[in-house]
Design a protein around this ligand. Structure first.
Ligand SMILES: NC(=O)C1=CN([C@@H]2O[C@H](COP(=O)(O)OP(=O)(O)OC[C@H]3O[C@@H](n4cnc5c(N)ncnc54)[C@H](O)[C@@H]3O)[C@@H](O)[C@H]2O)[C@@H](O)CC1
Ligand SMILES: [K+]
Length: 477
């Protein structure tokens, strides 16, 4: 089962892997033609009713695979208004190759005749709301025919995600949908075929540019605060995490740190709001206040960077996670306490190989991806998202597992894990935790790749900060 949002992401990932949309459209059209051939006798007449989006584009392709039926193609609207280049090119090919391709500019001029089979390719996943003209009248005309209706992807006017029908939605006999089942088709009274259109499995397994689509939308419309609980024996780590969160979209970034080092952390970055507490390391007596602050402001917490592993600090981390009910990224020394607590919080844990074993997860020697099933079982056991970090990262919530291939060997320097924790936290405020956990290492890794390409070796984690926005937004901004 796949949502239209995820489908669009996978489509973009496929393109990045070298399988462009136009190729997928060719496969889709071919699959539609096969479905038509299954229901049409050799002497049947076939009419194709196409809209101006890619749903129509699929049907233009189908026409070329249905030569034996001499199909009639009705485009609803003027060719100039076809909304994508690939659909338009496929329309132009029909015209140049002298198919019976007609344009319908006025709903009254639609003359379907008396076909045996109608291909409904007016609207697919791009539909919004009630059908407008000429689609509404065309849908009625299709329903009035005594023909077998084959719908492309979804019956026009049906919401692929919810199954909600527009008033004049087409009633299909057969639906050829692509790549995977759609939630909106499950209750439909029609025969549904899922066609494999050649999207590589890697487009789903590997996090790619498509995964950033919805993430960007969330960041653009969102507003979030990140609260880093870190520092003590180390000071750079919380500063990096806090700044990375800002670069990834957080509006405010707070760092709670022992007073002994708070000034030093502030000294690294004027953009952070540093709040100090007594002492030189985190102790259990600070926990109530920290939980209270995080809850009061609905903060996304990062706990771990630079905290050290003093017994008191680990006890404090344990108590914090016991009491905290929001969203948190858990990193570094705080990781081993996760499996010891029964928390109501939503956690994204970011262990490297060693930390993964130390927190009770699998002790992996080879590539993490080969152990992804074990890592997934561990995530399911603890009930949290795990981002296991190595040359290739494994991200899993126990049910879904993805691999992140972004990054460069130059990122094997101290601090890149702290920026990662910050990026995930920056995204968590506006995203589902699994989506943030997938996008975080991809963005952090792309930032490293960009710098690597620009300047070669000698990368520092602090250099990544500047490259994070470019990695997140690509050429969009
Ligand atoms: N990965 C994918 O997402 C794939 C998509 N494919 C095809 O692409 C389709 C989606 O294409 P598009 O995003 O271009 O969208 P559609 O082709 O579904 O429709 C978009 C067009 O419909 C118009 N429209 C929207 N709501 C309307 C309404 N209520 N009344 C009248 N017109 C309306 C829009 O202005 C736009 O021009 C899928 O359904 C499928 O057929 C396939 O080629 C395979 C891969
Ligand atoms: K359709």
């Amino acid at each position: 089962m796949i949502s239209s949002e995820r489908m669009a992401a996978v489509d973009e990932n496929a393109d990045a892997l070298g399988v462009p949309r136009k190729q997928l459209m060719e496969s889709s059209g071919n699959a539609v033609a096969r479905a038509v051939r299954r229901v049409a006798d050799p002497d049947s007449s076939v009419a194709i009713v196409a809209g101006r989006g890619n749903n129509g584009g699929d049907a233009f392709v189908a026409a070329r695979f249905l030569d034996e039926y001499d199909p009639t193609v009705h485009l609803l609207g003027r060719p100039e208004t076809i909304s994508t280049d690939i659909a338009r090119k496929n329309w132009e090919a029909l015209v140049a190759a002298e198919y019976d391709a007609r344009t319908v500019t006025d709903s009254k001029s639609l003359e379907l005749g008396d076909p045996d089979v109608v291909v409904d390719a007016m609207l697919g996943t791009g539909v919004t709301g009630e059908l407008r003209e000429p689609e509404a009248t065309a849908a009625e005309a299709i329903d009035a025919l005594d023909a077998t209706v084959v719908s492309v992807d979804v019956p026009s006017g049906l919401d692929a995600d919810t199954g909600e029908r527009a008033d004049s939605a087409v009633s299909a006999d057969h639906v050829v949908t692509f790549h995977d089942e759609k939630p909106g088709l499950t209750e439909l009274d029609a025969e549904v075929t899922v066609a494999d259109i050649g999207i590589p499995a890697a487009a789903e397994l590997f996090v790619g540019p498509g995964d950033l689509r919805s993430v960007r939308r969330g960041v653009r419309g969102g507003d979030s605060r990140v609260f880093v609980i870190g520092g003590g024996p180390y000071t750079g780590a919380p500063a990096l995490a806090g700044q990375a969160a800002l670069r990834a979209g957080a509006s405010l970034s707070f760092v709670a740190a022992p007073e002994k080092v708070a000034g030093q952390i502030q000294g690294y970055a004027e953009d952070l709001i540093v709040q100090d507490y007594a002492g030189d390391h985190l102790t259990p007596d600070q926990v109530d206040g920290l939980v209270q602050t995080a809850h009061d402001y609905d903060d996304v917490v990062v706990i771990g960077p630079g905290l050290g592993d003093d017994d008191e600090t680990l006890e404090a981390a344990r108590r914090f996670l016991d009491a905290f009910e929001g969203e948190a990224v858990v990193d570094a020394d705080a990781l081993p306490v996760v499996s010891e607590v029964d928390t109501d919080a939503t956690l994204v844990c970011t262990p490297n190989r060693k930390e993964l074993a130390k927190m009770g997860g699998p002790d992996v020697e080879g590539p993490l991806r080969d152990a992804r099933d074990d890592i997934a079982s561990f995530a399911a056991d603890i009930g949290h998202v795990v981002v296991a970090k190595a040359a290739e990262d494994v991200v899993t919530d126990g049910e879904r597992t993805r691999i992140v291939r972004a990054g460069t060997p130059a990122m094997a320097v101290g601090g890149t894990g702290d920026t990662l924790a910050g990026v995930i936290a920056g995204l968590l405020g506006t995203q589902d935790s699994f989506d943030a956990a997938c996008a975080g290492p991809f963005v952090n890794g792309l930032a490293g790749e960009r710098l690597d390409a620009e300047r070669g070796d000698g990368l520092l984690a602090s250099d990544l900060l500047d490259a994070i926005p470019r990695a997140l937004w690509g050429d969009e901004r």
